[in-house]
Write a protein that binds this ligand. Structure first.
Ligand SMILES: *Cc1c(COP(=O)(O)O)cnc(C)c1O
Length: 364
């Protein structure tokens, strides 16, 4: 197989350098005679890996000491339940902003534990925009406000952080940041809690990172399973049970790669440039269309349709033949989607855009 560019939404492309290093260390990590997969999570080798993973993550994002970093399994989907179980703290309701498929899943799960106030929704326009905050109806007595900064399926991204100080300065802001975490700098102090599955922009599936303000933890709803209590994981440095050791190790290699690349500001510049290549194309032709409102276009997941949908299969077939793979859109929305996470090089997007221009002129 020749060189390919993988536009999958997740599990997604990883930096080649990271995979090469993992290959080189596969059978013998740093002279230990073991693969990382074979190490006790409580042994000194893995403890040193885990400490470095957390330290590098804290450095890259700028996470203050009063925030706990948890390395969990169960995917972002488990967080849809863990968030209300841990953050309701005696309250009866929570605010949710509904901007698409992932928001909807979070809302559905939260309804098992509390009354959900939909503070805002873009369902009226098929989830193609972010409702401006002026139009939100936030319940000031609710326990927290949850939103999805980047809707992976719809390709809708908040380019701003909600400001709850006007409503209730104590209300924690909670974000499912699975598909845009580490794609740009993030002021973590604006949030009570964020969570992200690793397989979009951080590493392999199996690891979920939770970053939570310490004072919010410890008041779970009655009956919360031990494994769903953030405080248990925080007090045990994510070693209450066996954490996803190998995905943590790979995420650690990704963090080292990010540091070498210049950190999150440097990534942001590249991500802006990559997204611009695609969106500029949509703005100069009507052969391709992007349904998302201009201001809310995602830098990570770029959905688009062909004006003539009868050409969809031919488009995908020719793209595949060029090594441009996994461009088919999500089954719920159809069309195409190019996911262009940190590990997708600028060159990959250039090659895609060249192909798209050529395909358009051949089928004009
Ligand atoms: C992928 C994704 C999820 C689900 O992640 P799982 O690890 O499959 O549970 C949730 N939210 C967002 C925004 C996602 O992109």
């Amino acid at each position: 197989m020749g060189h390919i560019f993988n536009f999958s939404a997740g599990p997604a492309v990883l930096p080649t350098e990271v995979l090469q290093q993992a290959r080189d260390e596969m059978l013998d990590w740093h002279g230990s005679g073991m693969s990382v997969m074979e190490m006790s999570h409580r042994g000194k080798e893995f403890m040193s890996i885990a400490a470095k993973v957390e330290a590098d993550l804290r450095e890259l994002v700028g996470i203050p000491a009063n925030y706990k970093v948890l390395f969990l399994s169960g995917g972002a989907s488990s967080q849809f339940a863990m968030v209300p179980m841990n953050l309701l703290r005696g309250k009866k309701s929570a605010n949710y902003v509904n901007t698409g498929e992932w928001s909807k899943k979070a809302i559905k799960e939260a309804k098992k534990y509390c009354t959900v106030n939909i503070a805002a929704s873009s369902e009226d326009a098929n989830f193609t925009y972010v409702p401006p905050q002026d139009a939100w109806h936030v319940d000031p007595g609710a326990a927290y406000l949850h939103y999805t900064p980047n809707e992976t399926i719809g390709g809708v991204e908040f380019n701003w952080i909600p400001d709850l100080s006007r409503v209730n300065g104590d209300m924690p802001l909670v974000a499912d940041i699975s598909s845009s975490f580490m794609s740009r700098p993030l002021d973590i102090t604006r949030f009570g809690l964020i969570y992200a599955g690793a397989q979009k922009n951080m590493g392999p599936a199996g690891l979920t990172v939770v970053i939570a303000r310490e004072d919010l933890l410890g008041a779970t709803v009655p009956g919360t399973p031990t494994m769903f209590d953030y405080k248990i994981h925080a007090d045990n440095d994510s070693m209450y049970n066996t954490p996803p050791t190998y995905p943590m190790y790979i995420a650690g290699l990704v963090f080292e790669w990010l540091k070498k690349k210049g950190g999150l500001s440097a990534m942001e510049s590249i991500n802006i440039a990559k997204a611009k290549l695609l969106y500029d194309l949509f703005d100069t032709t009507d052969f391709y269309r992007c349904p998302v409102a201009r201001a809310d276009r995602s830098r990570m997941n770029v959905p688009f349709t062909l004006k003539n949908t009868a050409l969809d299969d031919e488009f995908l077939k020719q793209a595949q033949a060029r090594g441009l793979i996994q461009l088919k859109g999500h089954r719920s929305v159809g069309g195409m989607r190019a996911s262009i996470y940190n590990a997708m090089p600028l060159e990959g997007v250039r090659v895609l855009v060249e192909f798209m221009k050529e395909f358009a002129s051949n089928h004009a």
